[in-house]
Design a binder for this molecule. Structure first.
Ligand SMILES: O=C(O)C(=O)C[C@]1(C(=O)O)C=C[C@@H](O)C=C1
Length: 292
């Protein structure tokens, strides 16, 4: 195959991933519209809101102008998604038929307006809403196509910066030296992402080489470990995390993580890891129906 053909196939693969992401985003949007529909019904707000639609078009046209998307294309895209948002709520724009009914029956759930306006207390309202809103978050497997759209080089740079600032203290005091020229991999199974780290010239870098040791687990479990909401022993014991390859290297890395002076990790990163881990754990529980 000629180089041009290979480049063409690659570029088409990239287009496919962008299109997958558009569909994943549409699915997220549909979930949010479902929640908005419930909230509007409870607040007694009308289903169709022309003011809001105008505002959305205005925002979209401003953004489109900045990022070099033709204005009419942006307007058509917005029309399409708003039409879908209306259809979900029983308002058919083109046919002019306003069924006036909310489509809240997805997944076998249904909320009657009697329950909404009558007996619902603030507590039951929030306890029903929280799992519903959490279920809006797509499960990691559905986020994967979006993440893969990020060029590999950006992922690498982002990771190297984040990991180097989390591990700044051991990098400085030499306790990370056991990683010198040793490759430790992290495999995020449900995101189908794998990164291999190596310590070279005093810096932690992402490499394409095969790992000497590999820790694999789901995005949520790895985040729980990184955010310190779960300890490594528990996760390995439950086989939520699995270590393969050079066990000594993996265990030394685990011990280092455990001894890491958490208060020397930049506050912003601690907050992001901790909140991210809590959110991922709550979303996982909501998807499994544990919070419903
Ligand atoms: O924001 C709302 O009120 C919605 O119902 C969502 C939405 C949309 O799809 O974006 C749909 C219908 C409204 O006319 C405006 C916006």
């Amino acid at each position: 195959m000629s180089l041009e053909r290979i480049a063409l196939a690659r570029a088409r693969g990239a287009i496919d991933r962008v299109d997958d992401s558009l569909l994943v985003l549409l699915s997220v949007r549909r979930r949010i519209v479902r929640a908005v529909a419930t909230l509007k019904q409870r607040a007694g707000a009308p289903t169709r809101d022309h003011g809001r639609e105008r505002q959305m078009h205005l925002r979209a046209s401003r953004l489109a102008a900045r990022i070099d998307v033709p204005l009419d294309t942006a307007a058509q895209l917005l029309d399409l998604v708003i039409r879908e948002g209306c259809r979900q709520q029983g308002v058919v724009i083109d046919g002019g038929v306003d069924a006036g009914q909310l489509d809240l029956h997805q997944g076998g759930e249904s909320i009657s307006s009697a329950t909404i306006h009558g007996t619902m207390t603030l507590d039951t309202l929030t306890s029903n809403l929280v799992p519903r809103l959490l279920r809006i978050l797509p499960p990691p497997g559905r986020v994967a196509p979006m993440l893969r759209v990020l060029p590999r080089d950006w992922q690498r740079r982002l990771l190297e910066t984040a990991v180097s600032s989390v591990l700044a203290a051991p990098l400085e005091d030499g306790s990370l030296d056991f990683m010198r020229d040793r490759r430790l991999g992290i495999d995020v199974r449900d995101l189908r992402l794998r990164w291999v780290f190596v310590l070279r010239n005093g810096k932690l870098c992402v490499t394409n080489e095969e790992p000497d040791a590999l820790v694999s687990g789901s995005a949520t479990n790895l985040l729980l470990l990184a955010g310190r909401l779960e300890d490594a022993d528990t996760l390995f014991f439950q086989r939520a995390l699995v270590l393969t390859g050079d066990t000594e290297l993996g265990l030394t890395a685990r011990n280092l993580l455990e001894r890491l002076p958490w208060d020397r990790v930049p506050l912003g990163i601690r907050i992001v890891l901790n909140r991210g881990a809590r959110l991922a754990r709550a979303a996982r529980a909501a998807h499994r129906g544990e919070l419903a």
